[in-house]
Design a protein around this ligand. Structure first.
Ligand code: BTN
Length: 241
């Protein structure tokens, strides 16, 4: 497949594209065997070992930036499903953690920046392919799991990489309105109690729906309100989901 850069080692595949976005074409992807300083959402570090597939895709002036992060989650679900004759049930914990059997198998960090008159959005994706339970215990991530752990089969790394890159490029061009029903079906939060952790502290509510802009629609004793992925992190009442 065209336009995929393979690196042995990099600090972060997102940083790699950020530093070069003016010189690379729309849709360029990068992966590395090792990431030494992988980044997660909300300023967290993203730990990396050989069993994790890190990749980032550069999108230049993509339409509907606000919903891109949700569409990338759907792209990853489609790509993983393509790897199996009988795919596992793939859910999304809002806004875009990909879930198998209540475990996070993929995290997504979309970052945007201006260059010249354009906006570059870098979609960073980390898929847990083949780490074992011991690894996640050691790094203190009890809610994470790998595809091997949860399905018994590890997809071939480069086959999965190509499928993800292709699905992300497709979804980037697709209006969210055409993805909304599928996104609702995949969301594991709907109808459940959620803890919303934002700048003003913690709120408990029920997640009831997704708005056309990708915001999570919630309800509590004060009525309905919407939360955006930039502002908050969402957890289940008694744990991760
Ligand atoms: C999350 O916190 O869930 C998002 C994790 C995103 C990790 C990926 S790995 C490839 C890309 N490069 C990074 O530094 N982060 C993303």
């Amino acid at each position: 497949m065209e336009n995929i850069i393979f690196l042995e080692e990099v600090d972060s595949t997102n940083n790699y594209l950020k530093a070069r976005c003016g010189a690379l074409s729309d849709g360029t992807a990068v992966t590395a065997r090792i990431q030494t300083a992988g980044k997660g959402r909300r300023g967290h570090a993203w730990s990396t070992n050989d069993g994790m597939l890190p990749l980032s895709v550069l999108l230049i002036d993509p339409p509907e930036c606000e919903t891109l992060t949700a569409r990338v989650g759907l792209a990853v679900c489609s790509a993983i499903a393509e790897m199996y004759d009988k795919p596992p049930e793939l859910g999304i914990k809002w806004p875009n953690d990909v879930i198998v059997s209540s475990h996070k198998v993929c995290g997504i960090l979309c970052e945007s920046m201006r260059f010249g008159a354009s906006t570059a959005v870098i979609c960073g994706i980390g898929i847990n392919i083949s780490q074992d339970e011991n690894y996640f215990r050691m790094v203190g991530l009890p809610n994470a799991g790998s595809l091997l752990m949860l399905t018994g089969t590890a997809p071939e790394r480069n086959t999965l990489l190509k499928a993800v890159v292709s699905e992300v490029r497709n979804r980037a061009a697709m209006p969210f309105a055409d993805c909304l029903d599928e996104y609702r079906r995949r969301l594991v939060n709907l109808g459940r109690s959620v803890k919303i952790l934002g700048a003003e502290g913690e709120r408990v509510a029920e997640a009831v729906d997704v708005a056309p802009n990708g915001y999570l629609i919630c309800r509590n004793e004060n009525g309905f309100f919407e939360v955006g992925s930039g502002e908050v992190s969402v957890r289940g009442l008694n744990g991760y989901i």
